[in-house]
Design a protein around this ligand. Structure first.
Ligand code: FAD
Length: 272
């Protein structure tokens, strides 16, 4: 891309972000209103298409938006809806129909609707393509049966990005389909997994004859593996490059802990 185009995009993103924080001062604006305005101005995921929360510019400019908003004390979509912002949003924009993008992306970004990722099963973690939860078509609905595990935030979610086996006879990667499931549907049971810390961020999720409209299929029938790759590729970016929170974040926390150590213990060679 030509240097002047890059400079023009950078300036546009910076100016729009200035406009956002001055028109919606974070200290006096409700987080949902602020994030809604951010989405409408194309500053949610700047590389997404115009109208879907983006400006169709390079993703590297998202950093400008995030840092300016963090400095102004504004809300952070990733912190409110990490699986939604980091993984499900990018999957919907890649694979969703126009209706799905219009319906799901804005409330996902504002955190009004939390999302979870329903991939792992007790019998298929690393071997994700070996999953056995089933979707059987019945007219204009899928009937879902099976169990998922390690589902982060399922207990708070409105929507789940679910991958099921819809063709038992196809080679294993080819028999999968991705759907968006309403976590409040009949036949969805969420059981929290209690951690040693006492918290319960992960869950087991059971589906018993849960009905999902066929219109909520993401991609085509049989595209589940390719849809999942989009999610998993974005998972790496989302976890590796989590949006900085003002004064926090795992690296900053680690540095703070290190700074609290006596000087003689700060040398890693001494620690080993
Ligand atoms: C913090 C956290 C949050 C998570 N949140 C979600 C979520 O929201 N949604 C979701 O769907 N999943 C989630 N997961 C699950 C995760 O993404 C993996 O799918 C799951 O942890 C791996 O499955 P498993 O635990 O059954 O391990 P296994 O697949 O049994 O693997 C156990 C070990 O064996 C190794 N191994 C496996 N197969 C092979 C092989 N063929 N050759 C050599 N080594 C092998 C693995 O590398 C691993 O070290 C989460 C996991 C964690 C830790």
């Amino acid at each position: 891309m030509a240097t002047d185009v890059i400079a023009e995009q950078e300036q546009r993103v910076a100016e729009l972000t200035e406009k956002l924080v001055s028109q919606y001062p974070p200290s006096s604006t409700h987080a949902v209103e602020f994030l809604g305005a951010q989405y409408d101005m194309g500053l949610a995921w700047v590389h997404f298409p115009v109208g879907s929360g983006g400006l169709d510019v390079s993703p590297k400019f998202q950093k400008i938006v995030n840092e300016k908003i963090a400095r102004a004390g504004g809300p952070n979509s990733y912190a409110r809806n990490p699986i939604g912002y980091g993984m499900c949003g990018p999957t919907i924009v890649e694979w969703g129909t126009a209706e799905q993008k219009d319906r799901f992306l804005r409330p996902l970004f504002t955190g009004e609707e939390i999302w979870c990722q329903l991939f792992s099963e007790p019998g298929s973690g690393s071997d994700f393509a070996g999953l056995s939860a089933k979707g059987v078509r019945d007219g204009e609905e899928w009937i879902i049966n099976g169990q998922k595990v390690w589902t982060t935030l399922a207990h708070l979610s409105k929507w789940g990005l679910l991958v099921v086996r819809t063709d038992a006879d196809a080679v294993k990667h080819a028999g999968l389909t991705a759907v968006v499931v309403d976590m409040h549907s009949q036949g969805v049971e969420v059981r929290p997994l209690r951690q040693m810390t006492g918290e319960a961020e992960f869950n087991e999720v059971y589906f018993t004859d849960t009905r999902v409209p066929v219109s909520e299929t993401l991609g085509n029938v049989g595209d589940g593996w390719r849809v999942s790759l989009t999610t998993l590729m974005n998972e790496r970016v989302a976890i590796g490059g989590a949006i900085p929170q003002k004064g926090s974040g795992p690296i900053r926390e680690a540095v703070k802990l290190w700074q609290q150590l006596p000087v003689e213990s700060r040398n890693l060679a001494n620690a080993c």
